[in-house]
Design a protein around this ligand. Structure first.
Ligand SMILES: *[C@@H]1O[C@H](CO)[C@@H](O)[C@H](O)[C@H]1NC(C)=O
Ligand SMILES: *[C@@H]1O[C@H](CO)[C@@H](O)[C@H](O)[C@H]1NC(C)=O
Ligand SMILES: *[C@@H]1O[C@H](CO)[C@@H](O)[C@H](O)[C@H]1NC(C)=O
Length: 760
């Protein structure tokens, strides 16, 4: 419930783009808004009086240009060589305002100071909610007590804007949180893998990959994976020969082809035997003639994925271009919000007036009138999905002023809308079954009775198929009975529409991001397009997918990302907590990362068939490229601790990856000859997991009953080992990282331990 504050005189309204601010202002002010400049020349300020909260207020409407803030690593992690990429899973991140957005931010700060209330008018989806909170944070920083509201709308039309003003809400922080989680995971996962594979592969393939960025993204890779998988299926395809029997019957002008009920056989002898039996008695008997109504269904209300797929298939406009155009049509008030998963028209949306507007058109106006005149008026076919936020995509205003692809996309949306609220096409199908020597064949004909929606929807085809009149029980002599052969054919390379379907099916990205991910793998040259607009993987793309697949991690398979996407949805619905989701996925991808680094040679091997021989490296150089695996968390800064070689001598020490900021370290005494990481994990020590270490001690340095080689835990649970190694300071919360003077547990003198105490 919204409380009204009598002191509100000026209200700051902020839309997601200048076009939207302009459109909304035009509606709210009945065309009477005064325009002035802001600090950013692309984001104007519109002012007008409006009755809000039951009083006359002055509205200042302006806009941002998408996200106002970005997320980045803190300075010490930003340079590519600044740190081991594994650190990027834990490195501190911060929001920052990019240079291009600074003037917009300053405009908001300046205007907010003059206002008592702030109304967020960004697009009503996840990104929009998050942008809303960026605006709120910027404004509250200069005006802490500003009242904040959220306008909810799906169209920039007078009704919709008025309703939004009358039902202002609170912004939903959970929806915004989901975006924060996604941004942070994308940054950490993308940067760590991108740095790792780019730095490594540039070294290994200096000829082919010098200066090439080899980006990784947790959506990009599964998307690439689909393209590669299809390509490999085609390569692996072995065509098979099949055989079938075809029956032809020519009746005056018409030639009817009867198809075999067995469809096809892969055994030549078997088919030949049946064919010969038919040929011995080649008389056909009509066993049945059925005639029944058949409909071709009108399309479902249009959601984003369908719009992208159909535009790609029928209009040959890419998903990215389609969404850019749809976005523009929306901000201009021609169509409803184009990012929606809904394919059910809500009962509250009155369809009559929307159809009525389209009667003005010379192209489809007559059809729109037919829809209004049909019994019951507009009658949408209903789908099953609703995102509870936006209706299906539909026209909100008639126009005949659009040119080129904008005009084509608008026309498509209007025709689709009119088709879906009209009626299914009706026909009568006739099926004739015949029998020749016990083999069954059939043929069908189609008579179209009422084209209905097809009259307005040229993107679908349904053709009449003529079949002469046959009578049950009658016999005829076929004009020809033939045995023909053919070959099974491989699947085809994916089209953009196929790729979007796969992404949707496997939960990669959202309807808002499919097009971007596809664009990314194109721009990275991981895939190319054939002349008929199908996706073909490039050599680098093939090699990367094969390399990661051979590591056994499903990096290019959809599972990891799909789980993440599902968790984001739960965060946005307030059913899962932001921090736990973030931690869970960081941990999961970090494990995959560490393993990928460990098995990095497989990546080189997979790529060398495409990129030429891998550069050889000495063992020392190889080791340099490798990232040691974590033993445990640093009790002081929570980063990973890893085993490192001492600069001098052969000894090892345990070092915090936060070095030099964090100086926690365990220097093993000289009596430790060897120490290495064991795969086993201590069941008790915290914070989980603490890996066990494999030790080898110098002869005579341990009490006689202890073996010289054993696996032990340095997490604190192993009393003896703790004393031998003097591990007191590593206990969590155990004080400073500085080495404490060693004192003996028996005589409390420095210089030796309990084990080597002369008083024993
Ligand atoms: C708001 O302004 C309109 C006309 O501009 C006026 O008729 C109305 O009385 C005003 N309402 C209030 C509450 O001041
Ligand atoms: C093919 O069909 C013939 C005749 O039915 C049968 O004898 C033969 O075993 C079949 N061959 C194979 C490979 O199945
Ligand atoms: C937001 O999420 C929290 C749990 O994370 C939940 O308690 C709260 O009700 C949610 N808020 C809304 C508006 O859904």
């Amino acid at each position: 419930e919204i409380h009204l504050f009598p002191q509100i005189k000026r209200v700051l309204c902020v839309a997601e783009k200048n076009d939207a601010a302009k459109g909304i202002s035009h509606i709210m002010s009945n065309g009477g808004a005064r325009r002035r400049e802001g600090l950013s020349k692309f984001n104007k300020i519109y002012e007008y009086e409006y009755n809000l909260f039951g009083q006359n207020v002055t509205v200042t409407m302006t806009s941002v240009s998408g996200h106002l803030l970005g997320l980045q690593f803190k300075a010490q992690f930003q340079k590519w060589h600044s740190c081991n990429p594994v650190l990027l899973f834990d490195a501190e991140v911060e929001k920052y305002c990019p240079d291009t957005m600074v003037q917009i931010k300053r405009t908001l700060e300046k205007e907010a100071r003059q206002c008592q209330a702030l109304v967020i008018w960004t697009d009503c989806d996840r990104e929009g909610e998050n942008i809303g909170f960026e605006i709120i944070d910027v404004c509250k920083a200069v005006k802490p007590n500003i009242q904040v509201f959220r306008a909810k709308f799906s169209e920039i039309t007078p009704n919709s804007i008025r309703r939004a003003c009358e039902t202002l809400m609170e912004p939903d922080v959970n929806i915004s949180d989901a975006v924060d989680v996604r941004q942070e995971l994308d940054l950490r996962i993308g940067a760590s893998f991108t740095r790792f594979q780019t730095l490594r592969l540039q070294k290994i393939f200096p000829e082919s990959l010098a200066n090439q960025l080899i980006s990784y993204g947790s959506c990009q890779f599964p998307t690439l994976g689909f393209v590669v998988e299809r390509f490999k299926a085609i390569q692996a395809f072995i065509p098979e020969t099949f055989y079938k029997i075809k029956v032809l019957h020519e009746v005056e002008e018409d030639a009817v082809e009867f198809s075999w009920k067995r469809n096809r056989l892969f055994n030549h002898t078997a088919c030949l035997v049946l064919y010969q039996i038919c040929m011995e008695d080649p008389i056909a008997t009509v066993t049945s003639v059925t005639s029944k109504p058949k409909s071709k269904w009108r399309p479902l209300p249009l959601d984003t994925v369908e719009l992208e797929k159909l535009a790609s298939r029928k209009l040959r406009i890419s998903a990215k271009e389609t969404m850019k155009i749809a976005e523009k049509l929306y901000t201009q008030g021609f169509i409803s919000y184009p990012r929606t998963e809904t394919n059910i028209f809500p009962a509250s949306l009155s369809l009559g007036p929307l159809v009525e507007q389209q009667t003005q058109s010379t192209d489809w106006g007559t059809f729109a009138q037919r829809v209004l005149d049909q019994p019951g008026g507009p009658n949408p076919r209903q789908g099953k999905n609703s995102d509870q936020a936006h209706p299906p995509i539909h026209p909100t205003k008639y126009t005949d002023t659009l040119q080129g692809n904008e005009g084509r996309v608008y026309e498509f949306i209007v025709r689709h809308f009119l088709a879906c609220v009209s009626q299914d096409a009706l026909g009568q199908e006739t099926i004739v079954d015949i029998d020749i020597a016990q083999e069954k064949f059939s043929a069908s004909g189609l008579m179209i009775i009422a084209r209905n929606y097809l009259d307005v929807y040229p993107y679908d085809r349904w053709s009449t198929k003529v079949i002469p009149v046959y009578e049950q029980g009658s016999q005829f002599q076929p004009s020809a009975i033939e045995m023909v052969d053919g070959q099974t054919s491989p699947p085809q390379l994916l089209t953009e529409a196929d790729l979007i379907s796969l992404m949707e099916k496997h939960g990669i990205g959202t309807d808002a991001t499919h097009a971007e991910h596809i664009e990314t793998i194109k721009s990275r040259m991981y895939v190319g397009l054939t002349a008929d607009q199908r996706f073909l993987p490039g050599e680098l793309g093939m090699g990367l997918v094969e390399g990661y697949n051979s590591m056994g991690y499903e990096m290019s398979k959809p599972n990891l990302r799909a789980e993440l996407e599902a968790d984001l949805k739960l965060v946005s619905e307030g059913r899962k907590d932001k921090h736990s989701v973030l931690l869970h996925h960081i941990q999961k991808y970090k494990i995959v990362f560490i393993e990928s680094v460990r098995k990095a040679k497989k990546l080189d091997e997979a790529l060398s068939p495409y990129l030429g021989a891998a550069q050889e490296f000495t063992e020392a150089e190889q080791q340099d490229m490798e990232i040691p695996l974590p033993i445990r968390k640093c009790p002081h800064c929570s980063r990973d601790m890893v085993l490192k070689k001492k600069k001098e001598g052969n000894g090892m020490y345990l070092s915090c990856l936060g070095f030099p900021t964090c100086k926690t370290a365990v220097w093993f005494p000289d009596t430790v000859l060897e120490v290495s990481r064991d795969d086993s994990i201590c069941p008790t020590c915290q914070p989980h997991p603490v890996h066990m270490l494999k030790f080898k001690f110098r002869r005579g340095s341990l009490p006689p009953m202890m073996p010289l080689e054993f696996v032990g835990c340095i997490g604190g649970c192993d009393e003896t080992l703790r004393e031998v190694l003097d591990l007191k300071y590593l206990r969590a919360g155990g004080g400073s990282a500085a080495k404490k003077p060693r004192t003996c547990g028996i005589c409390h003198m420095p210089g030796h331990t309990r084990v080597t105490c002369p008083q024993r």
